[in-house]
Design a binder for this molecule. Sequence first.
Ligand SMILES: Nc1ncnc2c1ncn2[C@@H]1O[C@H](COP(=O)(O)OP(=O)(O)OP(=O)(O)O)[C@@H](O)[C@H]1O
Ligand SMILES: [Mg+2]
Length: 368
Amino acid sequence: MRSPTLDAVTDALRNVEDPIFQKPLGALGTLVEARLEDGRAWAKIRVSSPSEEVRQVLQRRAEEALEPMGIEFVELELEVNVPTREATSTDPIPEVRNVILVMSGKGGVGKSTVATNLALALRRLGTRVGLLDADIYGPSLPTMLGIEGQPTSKDGTRMQPLQRFGIKLMSIGFLLEDPKQAVIWRGPMLHGALQQFVGDVDWGALDYLIIDSPPGTGDVALTLAQKLRITGAIIVTTPQEVALQDVYKSVSMCRKLNIPILGVVENMSYFMDSAGVKHEIFGSGGGQKIAEFAEAPLFGQVPIDTLVREWGDQGTPIVQAAPASPAGQAFAGLADALAEKIATEHFKRSEGDAAPQGEGPKRLRILR
Ligand SMILES: Nc1ncnc2c1ncn2[C@@H]1O[C@H](COP(=O)(O)OP(=O)(O)OP(=O)(O)O)[C@@H](O)[C@H]1O
Ligand SMILES: [Mg+2]
């Protein structure tokens, strides 16, 4: 077989379809560059989701496109440009591309655990991530991430978030003298504190700001929705029937506030014993029911794993401590699903006219 020309390789790659936009890279203008050296191809492609799934699909499609030309090795460099929500002129954090609210209505279902591990999993995909603990009554992120300290301010007006594992963090816990002390704040105080929290933190440019909310009726969602455009909410639930009522309420709350529900996470779905037998300790079906009610996808099911709690208590969430564990993998799957959902929704809103433009925040170099 005659060795292919760079033009032929470029043409073939231009015909590869983007998994989110479902259009050829050539039409989208997202094939940035292609090279051919010693029968090996290299290409730089711009994508709107950092997810592992998108990477794998593109890799496979590029290989399939070039294989008939006798090219067996394709290296892709993905330039990720996460789409952004619409920020109005009064938005306090316009450089934050996506604001994601983790909520439930129900206490103790794992909101903080999901928010923390999701943030870390998104960071591990190479994106810029912030995490805001908006649980003013019982902040838990300082413990879960093993940090304490007071935020400082460079200019005397905006607080610098703390950093851990490459993500930016802010928690009301940082501002309390004794983090174990209970705070009894009434609605208006919460409202004021949160408004300040959002606007007075110097988040800088972020792809995703994950907000962990307290259990309950949705004060946080209400306050935030008044202040800025929220990309959407993630609803956390457990499988059992008794847990669902409060969760339904938080779905309705989102509807009232016009906050899109991006997806549902079922936590503590099952326990896998050492013999590999699955036990559905809390029953089954809760996640699916909530997803149907919310008309949103079930992003994933996270197993019960004592390591989740143990690592959480030690300040290193499982995604960081044991990314290959089943629970670690489940959280990584949530990050993938969320990133893709945000990219797809953005694509739908813009009717396909929103191919990721320009320089992205991060480049992922992918080697087969
Ligand atoms: N999948 C899991 N496997 C084992 N333990 C878990 C799992 N998810 C959460 N936990 C543990 O359950 C407890 C409650 O979780 P978490 O604090 O995240 O819930 P929450 O919904 O944020 O609670 P609250 O309503 O009080 O804010 C924690 O001790 C946490 O480590
Ligand atoms: Mg919590």
